[in-house]
Design a protein around this ligand. Structure first.
Ligand code: SAH
Length: 466
């Protein structure tokens, strides 16, 4: 350990910074999070620094640093990004007795600033002795993901509550109480925007009365398949789950992220294959939640898009079981992103529709007239089987057979397939695709590497005759 990590009190103390460019801005953004008296020496400061000085966030001295300026400073930064200017600032400020960091110069720095994960009052500092800043940033990103943004608030509330929690027996009872707070009740209460003091009080009452832990169901959007498209909340829910009931479409890479001890149940429920009856899924969620477990109902994409969310949450409501919904990236967004296009565009379409190719009765009926208009954009889910039928409907309502249609199978996954087609060739475009696919009507891909299907001879005539 070449550098020894410490946390320095900065409240009310002087911190000096010499320089006024980009490096100075980056450091100041960090330093402004402290309670230090910040003094910046810059002959030519960036406008942001002038702005912060105007707001009273720091003190700006419009000249280069001089001997005596850094006297009494707890730390100081030379941030000119210029070797000579920084060498001079280092000499002057060190001469004043300050501990000096020269930005991006490990050799000359007397201390280094770690990568920081700020969940004040919880602060994690990560250092690699300057050897691998990229690695430090990577660790930081991992930690950011693991430590919910609300951790700071949860800790603050907990701090004021320690004495009351002493009514619980020392050891396991108290440990379980705090584990519930930081892992379950706290994140949930802050997710709901609830009063955290009151929530902590409720939790303590529950623990004191030894009432069984209340179960809870999180409906979690798993996104289109790429694990990196999971939200941080989804990751946290998978990390905490006791039971995960998931659809068949969920990628194995995402199931890998589920807490090791959790029980995994596949419920089927996508497309036309065999699946658990809806009633059985509801019963399963209710049964586990009643046992006080944290149940995650993991659904592909966004649970609120063709995900039967209301049916399942309604069943929980009827039983008085609490639930929350964590949104996810829906297939249409992933498909559009994958082909480098947007779902709406100024001057082309002020609305984009999400359609399903089939509903409970079979093929789903739609507002075909609106969909057939030039410029109309729709993302069609579960549309492969209905492709020919939909094509017929659209052409019958006057849609242009040359309308661009892009089919994206396995959007966001390594085996994604994009088929650029037109309304005329739509049925051929979905032929042979057996993964989940979304049909983007009215959008052509930007990617020239996409597979362009030639318009089969006679296709136009044949399809429009339907
Ligand atoms: N709730 C999901 C949709 C569930 S319905 C969401 O918001 O995305 C299932 C349909 O979603 C599939 O038939 C397919 O049309 C579409 N879908 C799901 N994942 C997909 C993916 N990775 N690529 C393309 N389409 C997908």
């Amino acid at each position: 350990m070449d550098h020894f990590p410490i946390f320095v009190r900065t409240q009310g103390r002087r911190v000096c910074l010499a320089g006024g460019g980009d490096a100075a801005l980056a450091k100041l953004r960090l330093l402004m999070k402290t309670q230090a008296t910040l003094v910046v020496f810059a002959a030519d400061p960036a406008p942001e620094i002038e702005g912060w000085a105007g707001q009273g966030l720091l003190k700006l001295v419009r000249r280069e640093v001089q001997p005596g300026d850094a006297r009494g400073a707890v730390i100081a930064y030379a941030a000119h990004e210029d070797e000579d200017a920084d060498a001079r600032a280092l000499r002057i400020m060190a001469g004043d007795g300050a501990l000096v960091n020269v930005v991006d110069d490990l050799e000359r720095s007397q201390f280094i600033t770690p990568a920081i994960v700020d969940r004040s009052p919880v602060v994690v500092a990560i250092g690699t002795e300057g050897a691998a800043p990229v690695l430090a940033r990577r660790i930081k990103a991992d930690l950011e993901e693991r430590l919910p943004a609300t951790l700071g608030r949860l800790t603050d509330v907990a701090r004021g509550f320690r004495a009351r929690a002493e009514r619980l027996r020392h050891g396991a009872p108290r440990r379980r109480f705090w584990a519930d707070w930081f892992e379950l009740d706290g994140p949930r209460a802050s997710g709901r925007g609830a009063d955290l003091d009151a929530a902590l009080g409720d939790l303590l009452d529950r623990h004191l009365s030894a009432a069984p832990r209340a179960g809870h169901v999180d409906f979690v959007g798993a996104g289109p398949g790429d694990p990196e498209l999971l939200t941080l909340k989804a990751r946290a829910a998978l990390d905490r789950a006791d039971v995960v009931i998931h659809d068949r479409l969920i990628a194995p890479a995402i199931l890998e992220l589920v807490r090791r001890e959790a029980m995994l149940v596949e419920a089927g429920k996508e497309g036309f294959g065999p699946s658990m009856a809806q009633g059985d899924i509801n019963d399963l969620m209710i049964r586990h939640a009643r046992k006080g477990r944290h149940v995650v109902r993991l659904k592909s994409g966004d649970p609120g898009v063709f995900g039967r969310l209301d049916e399942e949450s309604g069943a929980l409501e009827a039983e008085g079981i609490a639930f929350a919904v964590v949104p996810g990236i829906t297939a249409a967004s992933a498909a559009a992103a994958g082909i480098g296009r947007s779902l709406t565009r100024r001057g082309r379409n002020a609305e984009a529709r999400f359609l399903t190719g089939h509903d409970m009765k079979g093929f789903a009926d739609q507002d075909w007239t609106a969909l057939a208009r030039p410029g109309a954009v729709a993302a069609i889910y579960m549309g492969k089987r209905a492709a020919r039928w939909m094509q017929g409907r659209l052409l019958m309502h006057g849609a242009d057979p040359a309308t661009s249609v892009t089919v994206v199978e396995n959007a966001s996954r390594p085996d994604a397939v994009t088929v650029a087609a037109t309304l005329a060739t739509l049925p051929d475009a979905v032929e042979g695709l057996d993964g989940p696919a979304v049909i983007l009507m009215g959008i052509a891909p930007r990617d020239t590497a996409a597979i362009a299907l030639p318009v089969p001879a006679g296709a136009l005539r044949q399809e429009s005759a339907r």
